[in-house]
Write a protein that binds this ligand. Structure first.
Ligand code: NG1
Ligand code: ZN
Length: 533
């Protein structure tokens, strides 16, 4: 047919490199940019098919490799509600990407269309964006060829953050309905979030300026647009904003650098004043890490766990003050990497669930609460308010002025928080609003609880798939007998906790350990790693 002829002709322009295997994993497809051309073309085709399958609902495609090095790139699909691609379709993405030739690819599409019962006469719509990587434009061109092959009505969101792209998808699909998520434009997003922030802090003393490390990525552009809308409600001081300087992206800066090296972004060394609050975004602005230097110039980091603690405690308090205690069930979702001290702090206040690594697991578990707070220790997270809760908040009649104020704050939080996915800038404004309410400095926020010293190590093994886990990745079921040996070691350390799991994004096994004393956490991690090796 004409459809498959065009598909075949365009596919020939994007041949798959031989001897490479691609996998749609927790971060979509992600690898060195120069081998991704065929993958982008095929993802364009798949996005079009997914839209047709969903009766023309708009699908999102984001081209980014987030916190990874500048020479990497990647691509992820976004489902109509703004959340991640349904897990069942990840395998179809992988199958498409690995078809060896155009003929193989075309027949893969043909048989998929049949088995998934896709009506090719349906409309298909996609909105797509990319980060600032230099490889972006060429990869987007390949993606657009994929759209052309399917006849997609494609909307180019240009250079934008991952969370803005997720917002757009949800806003487009809810446009004109009672669940409208906001105007389906970048301006709509900025207005929605910044008006909510201004309402939350109205009448309060603006905090001292906040230094924002933009990782030399797309967050730099977003932050400057935010500042325009925020006026003098808060002063942001953006640094690492060189989005066109070769090699600068995520280099010695950004949320991942700060979290893994537990250091200041290099450009802030000698410039950040003691006590001054600062935060880092990652390369696509969906992760957030706060930090400050104490009086002695010592570095302190406030990670995703600290953000979860601050946010959850604040919402618990507002719900109580609003007179909705008992009516709205709050909960927190973490992974095994959450610091044990944060889990203890949170569990004393609300239900806490632990799920396997990967945003989709956290997001789904959080959806089971009326208000679900989820954060990974690495700074990716958000808060979800269920439909019923949003309606309850909108309809509830307060009986005192104090209840009314708290209720209005909760309503503003629903607007301020990007509920489609973790959003570094939305989360940053959330943190700033809470710090303003509490008149907390970074140091006071930090003292909610004291982190247990911890250590994360990578171990390169022959076959990481030999490592299988249970209990939200906290225990090994295979190799046989290994968990008992880990348990034996852990018992010898005060406050010891350790677990071993295969990475989903790198060919390594990760070992995490914590203990009451720094040297003991290190020792435990290295001894457990010794068992794995
Ligand atoms: P893996 O490689 O499966 O440990 C890493 C991060 C996750 C998450 C994913 C990206 C750690 C220990 N792991 O997963 O938190 O961000 O990448 O989706 O940070
Ligand atoms: Zn990211």
């Amino acid at each position: 047919s004409a459809f498959f002829d065009l598909l075949s002709e365009l596919s020939d322009r994007h041949p798959k490199p031989a001897n490479l295997r691609f996998q749609y994993g927790t971060a979509g497809f992600r690898t060195q940019a120069h081998i991704l051309d065929s993958v982008l073309f095929r993802v364009g085709v798949l996005a079009g098919l997914r839209s047709k399958k969903l009766d023309g609902k708009t699908i999102g495609v984001m081209v980014t490799a987030s916190h990874n090095p500048e020479q990497d790139n990647g691509v992820k699909l976004v489902d109509p509600r703004g959340d991640m691609l349904e897990a069942a379709w990840e395998v179809h993405a992988t199958t498409f990407a690995n078809a060896a030739t155009t003929d193989d690819f075309v027949s893969a599409v043909e048989s998929f269309v049949k088995s998934a019962k896709i009506d090719l006469s349906k409309p298909s719509r996609v909105v797509y964006g990319r980060d600032t990587r230099p490889s972006g434009p060429a990869l987007v061109a390949a993606l657009e060829d994929g759209f052309k092959a399917i006849g997609v009505e494609a909307r180019d969101a240009g250079v934008t953050t991952t969370p803005i792209l997720h917002y757009l998808v949800r806003a487009i699909n809810t446009k004109g309905t009672k669940d409208s998520y906001g105007d389906d434009s970048e301006e709509g997003y900025l207005v929605k979030l910044t008006s909510a922030f201004k309402k939350l802090v109205a009448g309060k003393q603006a905090p001292p300026p906040l230094v924002v490390d933009c990782a030399n990525g797309v967050g730099a552009e977003a932050i400057s647009k935010f500042q325009t809308h925020l006026g003098n409600s808060i002063k942001l001081v953006p640094v690492n904003i060189e989005t066109t300087k070769p090699g600068a992206l995520n280099n010695a800066c950004g949320a991942d650098y700060v979290k893994t090296s537990q250091k200041l972004p290099a450009s802030l060394v000698g410039h950040l004043q003691p006590g001054q609050r600062a935060c880092s975004l990652d390369g696509d602005a969906d992760r957030l890490m706060y930090f400050y230097l104490d009086e002695r110039g010592q570095f302190h980091m406030l990670d995703g766990d600290k953000i979860a603690a601050l946010v959850a405690a604040f919402i618990v308090e507002l719900v109580k003050t609003a007179g909705l205690d008992g009516e709205i069930k709050l909960g927190v979702v973490q992974t095994a990497y959450a610091n044990g001290a944060s889990t203890k702090y949170l569990a004393e206040r609300l239900p806490v669930r632990c799920v396997p690594t990967g945003v989709k697991h956290l997001h789904h578990a959080a959806e089971r609460f009326d208000v679900g707070v989820y954060f990974e220790a690495n700074g990716h997270g958000t808060v979800l308010f269920s439909q019923e809760t949003r309606e309850k908040l909108a309809d509830h009649e307060p009986s005192t002025p104090a209840q009314s104020t708290a209720l209005n704050h909760l309503r503003s939080l629903v607007q301020l928080i990007n509920q489609t996915v973790g959003d570094a800038i939305s989360d940053m404004l959330l943190v700033e609003a809470i710090l303003t309410h509490k008149s907390y400095s970074g140091e006071e926020w930090d003292s909610l609880y004291v982190d247990l010293p911890n250590r994360l190590v990578k171990v390169v093994v022959g076959d990481r798939h030999a490592f299988q886990t249970e209990d939200a990745e906290r225990r090994l079921v295979s190799p046989k007998g290994l968990q008992a040996k880990v348990d034996d070691l852990v018992r010898r350390y005060d406050g010891g906790r350790s677990f071993v799991r295969p990475s989903g994004t790198e060919d390594v096994v990760r070992v995490y350990a914590e203990a009451t004393i720094r040297s003991q956490a290190d020792e435990l991690a290295f001894r457990v790693a010794g068992l794995v090796y």
